[in-house]
Write a protein that binds this ligand. Structure first.
Ligand SMILES: [Zn+2]
Length: 75
């Protein structure tokens, strides 16, 4: 059984290149409570690493499991 991966849209803050990340929920960076999780990525264009925010807006497959392990503060 393969682990579920999530497609997360990310924009490089350095050059603006858009990319789609395929990450497992366990790869999300755990952050202090009150902050949305992030996924470490590197830009395919300029090669710089950056943290892509993972939230219901950037992840089309955000589900209950995500909420459970990485609760996103309601606004
Ligand atoms: Zn870039």
């Amino acid at each position: 059984m393969t682990k579920k991966t999530y497609e997360v849209q990310a924009d490089c803050p350095h050059c603006g290149t858009h990319q789609m990340l395929h990450i497992e929920a366990s790869e999300y960076t755990a952050l202090p409570q009150g902050k949305a999780p992030e996924a470490l990525s590197s830009c395919p264009d300029c090669g710089k690493p950056y943290n892509a925010p993972v939230n219901p807006d950037s992840c089309a497959e955000w589900d209950d499991f995500c909420n459970e392990i990485h609760p996103v503060p309601q606004v």
